[in-house]
Design a protein around this ligand. Sequence first.
Ligand code: NAG
Ligand code: NAG
Ligand code: NAG
Length: 346
Amino acid sequence: MIYPGVYKQSSTWIHGTHILSLLCLISHLTAQPNPPKIHEGWWAYKEVVQGSFVPVPSFWGLVNSAWNLCSVGKRQSPVNIETSHMIFDPFLTPIKLNTGGRKVGGTMYNTGRHVSLRLDKEHLVNISGGPMTYSHRLEEIRLHFGSEDGQGSEHLLNGQAFSGEVQLIHYNHELYTNYTEAAKSPNGLVIVSIFMKIAETSNSFLNRMLNRDTITRITYKNDAYLLTGLNIEEIYPETHSFITYDGSMTIPPCFETATWILMNKPVYLTRMQMHSLRLLSQNQPSQIFLSMSDNVRPVQPLNNRCIRTNINFSMQGKDCPNNRAQKLQYRGTTSLLPPTHLYLWD
Ligand SMILES: *[C@@H]1O[C@H](CO)[C@@H](O)[C@H](O)[C@H]1NC(C)=O
Ligand SMILES: *[C@@H]1O[C@H](CO)[C@@H](O)[C@H](O)[C@H]1NC(C)=O
Ligand SMILES: *[C@@H]1O[C@H](CO)[C@@H](O)[C@H](O)[C@H]1NC(C)=O
C-alpha cells in the first residue's frame, strides 16, 4: 500500500508543513482501528477541516498503489509553462474540431470536485490535427477555478496562475472503445486547456453553463442539470495558436497518457459567474458548506520534457538577424518571443 521507495523521495518534504501531514497519514493508516477504505474516490484537493483524513495531492501516490504515478511519475501534469523554453514546431497543423455541424446536449454535474459537463452519448464531437496522430472524442468538459482571482488554473504561465481553467477531455476513439480504456493506454487522451479570466462580458458557451439559472441547479454534490443546444465551437477562443506537451491526468490515478494542448487565448467569464462558481459546495445539502474552489493540483516538475508551440515568433524578424534556427527547424525562444504573440496576457 505504501511504497518504501516513495518515502525516500519524501525526505525533501521533511521540513515545512508536510511533516505534520505525513505523521497524520501514518497514524491514520497504521494506528487506526479501522483504517480508511482505499477506493477510487478517496482523494481531495484540500485538507478537510472536519471529519476524517482524506489524502491531498502530495499523498495521492502514497495511499493507493494503483495511483503511484502521482508520486513517482516523471511526466506529470499540470506544469508551469516557461514561455522562454517553448520550441517552435513548424509541423504542428491547426486543430480541427469536428462537430458534424450539430449542436449537442449534455448533463452538467457537481461531482464534489469539479463542474463537469458530459455530452449525450449520441452526440459525437471529435478533434484532430495539431500534435494528434489520431482523432479524439470529447468525453467531458471540466472546470477548475480559484477562491481568489489570481489562482484557480492548474497550469501556470511563467509562474502565474489564471482565475480558472476549462479542460476539454478527449479520448482516442480510433484505438480504444471508451474513455476508461484509453485513459490507461498509450496515446489515450488529449486534453485541451483554456484559461479563464474575469471580464465584463463572458464567453457564450460559459454563459450557458454559468448563468444563475443554470449554475444554481448544481449547488450540491451529485446535482445534475440537463443542457441542450450547445455549440462546442463557442468554447474555443479565437486563435489557432497553442502550446503542447506530453503529460498526465491531473487527478488520480495520474496516468501518463495525456497530450495537453493549451490554447493561446483565454476565455472570459463575468465576476458574477465566478462568484456563482465559488458558491458551489463540495458536499451534499445535509453536510456543511465547503466551497469547491481551488480544485487544483499543484504544478509538477517538467523533467526535460519539450514544450512545443505553433506560434512562429520569428515572424517579428527584427530580433532575428539570421535564419540559423530555420535550418534546425526547431528553436528555443529565449529572448525572441514577442509579447504580442502571447495573447494570453490580453
Ligand atoms: C468525428 O465525429 C463525427 C461526428 O460529429 C463523425 O461523423 C466522424 O466520423 C468522426 N471522425 C472520425 C475520424 O471518427
Ligand atoms: C470500456 O471498454 C472495455 C473494453 O472494451 C470494457 O471492458 C469496459 O466495460 C468498458 N467500460 C465502460 C465504462 O464502458
Ligand atoms: C515563420 O516566420 C518567418 C518570418 O516571417 C517565415 O519566414 C517562416 O516561413 C515562418 N515559418 C513557418 C513554418 O511558417
